[in-house]
Design a binder for this molecule. Structure first.
Ligand code: NAD
Length: 301
């Protein structure tokens, strides 16, 4: 792991991801001081008590003017909340300060930055850690959340080398592996691999909840139901924002999913054992390969 030379890191939105980054940066001595802004006060008090942060405020406006060259702002709020926050940054933050984020969609942030600044700033380097869970809040944060996980950096094409290197070093410093892709490509890929599975989990649980036999259905739901629907316990507000911000790519993924469901329904209607076997064998092989690869990555191969 390398050590970036960051003076102060201000995390705006001290939840699971922002809090984990704060803890990791502190644990591996990557930053001089950690500052945090959060809407709810109890999270800030908890972080101060635990020694996760050095200084806190409930409004970014009070801390932003104090930051300068060598400092970093990390945006850790739900994705639709970035607009008003970027307006504060444009008003009160030195253009010398590196700005990154952890949001699950990237096109929205870039579009909002373009709206707020009128052009994409050199200091903005968007990123998305592929790490997390269905839990929320700084109380669930832990310092090794990013170790051996991928972080997708989506350069806008307008960022300066200094700011980009600073963000890359920060993520490497907390143990992550960096991938680069465009914001548009990121949103397409994550729309299929992360956002669609959340759509399916939310819709399935909501469907079962609406059934008259709800109590009986849940009583007999077993391990498969638990495995498949774990992510439906995720924060509704966070997912409302992701769905709206990435609605075009998610809608395309839902269309493709519907086509596959129709194929399955056809195979059932025609009692086609062969078509069902082909579909399930393909899916099984793909899932097994994915699990093998994840295990290799975890073992550092
Ligand atoms: P979280 O709910 O744990 O934390 C978000 C925090 O932001 C909360 O403490 C909330 O009080 C605060 N907040 C909300 N609006 C604010 C505002 N305007 N100003 C200041 N604070 C504000 O959420 P999280 O899981 O840490 O997710 C944060 C971001 O990370 C989201 O954009 C999400 O898409 C992204 N992300 C989440 C995961 C995951 O698995 N949870 C993984 C990767 C990326």
């Amino acid at each position: 792991m390398t050590k970036p030379q960051i003076g102060r890191m201000l995390v705006v939105g001290l939840g699971l991801i922002g809090g984990s980054l704060a803890m990791a940066a502190r644990r591996w001595d990557l930053v001089g001081e950690v500052w945090a802004v959060n809407r709810s006060r109890p999270s800030l008090d908890f972080a101060l008590q635990q020694g996760i942060v050095d200084r806190v405020a409930q409004d970014a406006e009070t801390l932003l003017p104090e930051l300068g060259p060598g400092d970093v702002v990390v945006i850790g709020v739900p994705v639709l909340a970035v607009g008003p926050l970027l307006e504060q940054l444009a008003r009160s933050l030195s253009p010398e300060v590196t700005v990154t984020d952890v949001g699950s969609t990237k096109g929205w942030l870039v579009q909002e930055a373009q709206r707020v600044w009128g052009k994409l700033p050199e200091a903005l380097v968007p990123s998305h850690p592929i790490a997390g869970s269905e839990k929320s809040g700084v109380q669930a944060a832990h310092s090794d959340l990013f170790v051996d996980h991928r972080v997708i950096i989506t350069p806008t094409g307008y960022e300066s080398r200094r700011h980009r290197e600073c963000v890359e070093e920060l993520w490497k410093g907390v143990g992550a592996r960096i991938d680069l892709m465009s914001p548009e490509h990121h949103d397409e890929i994550l729309g299929a691999t992360s956002h669609l599975p959340h759509v399916l989990a939310f819709v399935l649980v909501d469907l079962l909840a609406s059934m008259d036999e709800k109590r009986e259905v849940l009583k007999y739901a077993a391990g498969g139901f638990r495995d498949f629907t774990r992510i439906a316990s995720s924060d509704p507000l966070m997912w409302r924002d992701i769905m709206i911000a990435n609605r075009a790519a998610i809608s395309e993924s839902i269309d493709r999913f519907e086509q596959h469901l129709d194929e399955l329904k056809d195979a059932l209607a025609s009692e086609s054992e062969v078509r069902l076997m082909k579909m399930f064998q393909r899916a099984q092989a793909t899932r097994n390969a994915f699990v093998r690869q994840s295990e290799k990555n975890r073992a550092g191969e």
